[in-house]
Design a protein around this ligand. Structure first.
Ligand code: ADP
Ligand code: MG
Length: 588
């Protein structure tokens, strides 16, 4: 945009981070502005316009802002910078690279410090793809650079509409990201120059191509999720749970083990120090699929609750935009937001200051639609070259007191494809992961069944039958608490014992055991298959005691298998021993 047309204004009133500004010129909703305090300038966003008065939300602490403090509007919305170098980086919600900020200022949080998100000096090995004379459109690749183990496509900016006739492509070589790597002419004959960097407004979905139905499962190595409540690549899920139930541990597991190419983590810390802990420990974790640092496939957006509200609100959108950008390269991306309740609270705070009419629990009336449009950014996209890219979105929710009847949980539940509800009762009983099989659900089981049937017939039916056993077992267990073991029929007792065996040996998983923490799909299929043999066996017992001791023996042996290396001799022997015990006991 032309410099002369940028609006300017002055502060007339300030309410915390909310400024009232009188301005001249044209501005628009969401436009970014700089509040100038001499040496420092604070970023802000326009959230309401009425005539020549606007309300601006400042992204940081507004100490020092006075009557008539000058404000300069920058002419664009809050944008993400997209290009090589995003992977391995840790940003805040406004895309400040936190490690660079820390190097420059000695702290992760420094007011008015905005550093370029991407490294300007680093050289990338550019390989041209487009040729002079090519007619390209937004999202078409002009070249590529290797980023980690991926081919990072340098694409025609998504903000460009219409065709571009390429007139120049830089030859292969190592260049910094601001190098002009291609030039072109638009339909009006204007000359365009392209570098390796482009920008995109974070609150708008970035997508080019056709959305198609997700069909492939996202294997996470967590048995209760993959088997019982699976998620598809390109699908959505949410995991509400009370404080301390294991949401963050679960999200960390997903970020480590999910079989996707790229993970974008939006960490809105709940406990003090939680985010710092993530910053410290995460870079040391090794990716089990590649044996390289996990950071090589990760982008992290970090927030603490001490960060200003508007920056917290922006971080979820920032994460979604970076994730969508990689999806356009034909990659499989997972976006994790922990916790979306912190994001919703930021919306509530901002709405309160604007004196909007509040809805349920003082959240703004548009809460549900914002949550919905966030999850709708997920999906599988078919690209022009026939390849697909996917974005899977998972958010944790931390409802006060673990009560799911609250607006954020309810709004999330109405849009997601899978619900992994964590319960206090399970985490108190140290039944981890505390995903409650009695309340959780997924809409993706039939697609997963179609994928897994060749490996274990009638997969989805078996999973549903197992859920049924868990449900019945729970009822019978409650009855047994009242009338005692002998008070229920022996057949009911057997259903109860089966459900306990499934619970202890399959649904529970020890996040801190070397072998058990990650259970590859292959291994889940074998173990699940063996458990189905136990479920289907025609077992007969005369007395309750005998039934109990038979199942307890099986349960102990089966549980131990989870701690044995997959396909080790010990593992095979133990699996065979269980099979022999069932066969021996089966009535013929
Ligand atoms: P939340 O994010 O729901 O508040 P966390 O994920 O931080 O809760 O978990 C709190 C604690 O619960 C962890 O520090 C850990 O001790 C325990 N925990 C959570 N999940 C597991 C698990 N899968 N296995 C063992 N312990 C767990
Ligand atoms: Mg947490």
């Amino acid at each position: 945009m032309n410099k002369q047309h940028l609006a300017t204004g002055t502060v007339t009133q300030a309410f915390g981070n909310l400024l009232h500004v009188r301005f001249d010129g044209a501005i628009r909703q969401g436009e970014v502005a700089r509040v100038n305090l001499g040496e420092e300038s604070l970023l802000a966003e326009v959230i309401e316009i009425a005539g020549h008065e606007a309300k601006l939300q400042v992204f940081e602490d507004t100490r020092g802002v006075k009557l008539n403090t000058p404000v300069h509007f920058v002419g664009h919305l809050l944008e993400a910078e997209l290009g090589p170098g995003l992977l391995t980086t840790i940003f805040d919600g406004l895309q400040n690279p936190l490690e660079e900020v820390a190097k420059a200022t000695g702290t992760y949080l420094s007011r008015g410090v905005y550093l370029p998100p991407l490294d300007r000096k680093k050289r990338w090995d550019f390989q041209p793809i487009a040729k002079v004379g090519d007619l390209l459109e937004r999202g078409d690749a002009m070249g590529s650079v290797p980023e980690g183990r991926f081919k990072h496509l340098i694409m025609v900016p998504f903000s460009h509409f219409g065709k571009v006739k390429i007139t120049f492509v830089e030859k292969a070589g190592a260049y910094p990201i601001d190098t002009v790597i291609a030039k072109g002419e638009d339909e009006e004959g204007r000359v365009l120059e392209f570098t390796m960097v482009q920008r995109w407004p974070v609150k708008n979905a970035l997508m080019e191509g056709k959305k198609i139905r997700p069909t492939k499962m996202m294997d996470t190595g967590m048995r209760i999720l993959d088997t019982q409540f699976p998620v598809l690549k390109g699908g959505t899920f949410c995991s509400p749970g009370p404080f301390g139930a294991g949401k963050t541990v679960m999200q960390h597991h997903l970020s480590k083990y999910s079989d996707v190419d790229i993970v974008v983590i939006v960490a809105c810390g709940e406990r003090a120090g939680e985010v710092v802990e993530v910053l410290r420990t995460f870079p040391q974790i090794i990716d089990p699929h590649t044996n390289e640092s996990l950071m090589k496939r990760t982008v992290m957006i970090c927030n603490t609750s001490s960060m200003p509200v508007a920056a917290r609100e922006a971080s979820v959108y920032m994460g979604a935009t970076l994730a969508e950008y990689y999806r356009q390269m034909g990659l499989e991306v997972l976006l994790l937001a922990d916790s979306t309740s912190r994001w919703a609270q930021a919306m509530r705070e901002m709405s309160g200051r604007l004196e909007e009419i509040p809805g349920d629990e003082a959240f703004p009336a548009y809460l549900a639609s914002r949550i919905c449009s966030f999850y709708e950014r997920a999906g599988v996209v078919e690209l022009k070259n026939g390849e697909t890219g996917s974005l899977t979105i998972g958010g944790s929710v931390s409802p006060a007191g673990g009560n799911f009847e609250e607006p954020v949980t309810q709004a999330s539940l109405s849009v997601v494809g899978a619900f992994h509800g964590l319960s206090r009762a399970r985490s108190d009983a140290r039944r981890y992961p505390a995903v409650d099989p009695l309340i959780s659900w997924t809409k993706y089981l039939d697609e997963v069944g179609a994928e897994l049937n060749p490996r274990l017939s009638s997969w989805a039916e078996k999973v549903k039958a197992s859920a049924q056993i868990v449900r019945k077992g729970d009822e019978i267990g409650k009855r047994m608490e009242v009338v005692g073991e002998e008070g229920v029929a022996i057949d009911d007792m057997i259903v109860y014992l089966k459900s306990e065996l499934y619970e202890f040996c399959y649904l529970q998983q020890n996040a801190f055991d070397k072998e058990d923490t990650y259970c590859p799909l292959e291994r889940q299929i074998e173990l699940f298959g063996l458990i189905q043999k136990i479920f289907d066996a025609e077992l007969e017992f005369d007395v309750h005691d005998v039934a109990r001791s038979f199942f307890l023996t099986l349960q102990n042996e089966l549980k131990n298998i989870n701690f044995m290396p997959f396909h080790s001799q010990k593992y095979h022997d133990a699996m065979a021993s269980i099979e022999a015990k069932i066969n021996e006991k089966t009535v013929r």
